[in-house]
Design a protein around this ligand. Structure first.
Ligand SMILES: Cc1cc2nc3c(=O)[nH]c(=O)nc-3n(C[C@H](O)[C@H](O)[C@H](O)COP(=O)(O)OP(=O)(O)OC[C@H]3O[C@@H](n4cnc5c(N)ncnc54)[C@H](O)[C@@H]3O)c2cc1C
Length: 261
């Protein structure tokens, strides 16, 4: 059984967390913390679900998402872009979507995250309970070891930019082999995650895409850039190839949209 603390404020929640970070987890939707097979008895939970903002606010192109919003909240919201709804629908279980929060998804930093590649491609910024904020890329780079900071919001500065999003998996409910997300704002942004390959921004590929329209060169560069593991979803080499093909396809589609503008 997990011992659950119910703090009265986010500051109190952080205080509990920092007393024993190794054995403490926040409980938002609880779908990651309480997963079958995880050893809940190792942890105490600090319930934050009622303390974290769940509002979703669209102001022109800017989208602000409260970290307490669930994946289903995003799917149901009229002003959330289709790409983000699609990422949420990668979680095929409606029950799961109604529980799983955006903040919990980001903080879980899974290599098969439903949201992280797309939020990266959309240049997402993460805000914290203490007023600090940072680009998602920096958060993921610096904060893999949890410091106890509570994510309160995610801000997407322009949610109208064209994106390409694909997730390859053996079935809708199994772990995906990989997820790729590309976007075209002022420049290309290319993100890929795969089993054993934590989500990465592929800046070398972005640069090549600006210079060359040659699919084969892009596929080869992606193959050299990411290093997924062999597992039940496929061999590492196959995932390298698949990522190359999907990214080349995504970049071609986005280049087509650039020409239309
Ligand atoms: C059957 C099943 C399959 C799943 N498959 C996937 C999958 O393919 N991809 C995927 O991404 N997820 C998957 N998940 C995990 C999970 O559903 C999602 O990642 C979900 O978005 C986690 O959100 P949560 O609110 O439930 O997090 P919780 O379980 O409440 O918390 C998860 C972690 O995030 C931290 N945390 C929570 N909220 C915050 C916050 N606001 N600020 C800082 N830290 C916070 C907690 O300390 C904890 O470490 C799966 C879960 C199940 C049960």
């Amino acid at each position: 059984m997990m011992n659950v603390l119910i703090p009265g404020s986010l500051d109190e929640a952080v205080m509990h967390y920092r007393k024993d970070p190794q054995h403490t987890r926040y409980l938002a939707g609880g779908t990651q913390v309480n997963r079958l097979g995880r050893s809940q008895s190792l942890y105490q939970g600090v319930l934050i679900s009622s303390l974290v903002d769940a509002d979703i606010i669209r102001e022109d192109k800017r989208l602000t998402i409260g970290a307490g919003a669930t994946l289903q909240d995003l799917v149901d919201h009229a002003q959330v872009p289709e790409s983000l709804k699609r990422a949420c629908l990668f979680a095929q279980s409606r029950t799961l979507r109604c529980m799983a929060t955006v903040g919990g998804n980001i903080a879980s930093v899974r290599d098969d995250s439903y949201l992280l590649p797309l939020l990266g491609a959309l240049n997402g910024e993460v805000q914290f309970h203490d007023g600090e904020s940072m680009a998602l890329d920096i958060y993921l780079g610096e904060r893999r070891e949890p410091s106890g900071s509570i994510i309160t919001r995610v801000v997407i500065p322009d949610c109208t930019i064209p994106v390409f999003l694909e997730r390859a998996s053996r079935s809708s409910q199994t772990k995906p082999a990989l997820t790729v997300a590309c976007s075209l704002g002022d420049q290309f942004r290319v993100y890929c995650s795969a089993a054993g390959q934590f989500m990465r921004r592929l800046q070398e590929v972005e640069q090549l895409a600006e210079q060359s329209a040659d699919d084969q060169r892009i596929i080869s560069l992606v193959q050299r850039t990411i290093h997924p593991a062999d597992d039940i979803t496929g061999t590492g080499r196959y995932k390298q190839y698949l990522a190359g093909v999907l990214i080349a396809q995504g970049l071609q589609e986005l280049k087509g949209k650039r020409k239309e503008v």
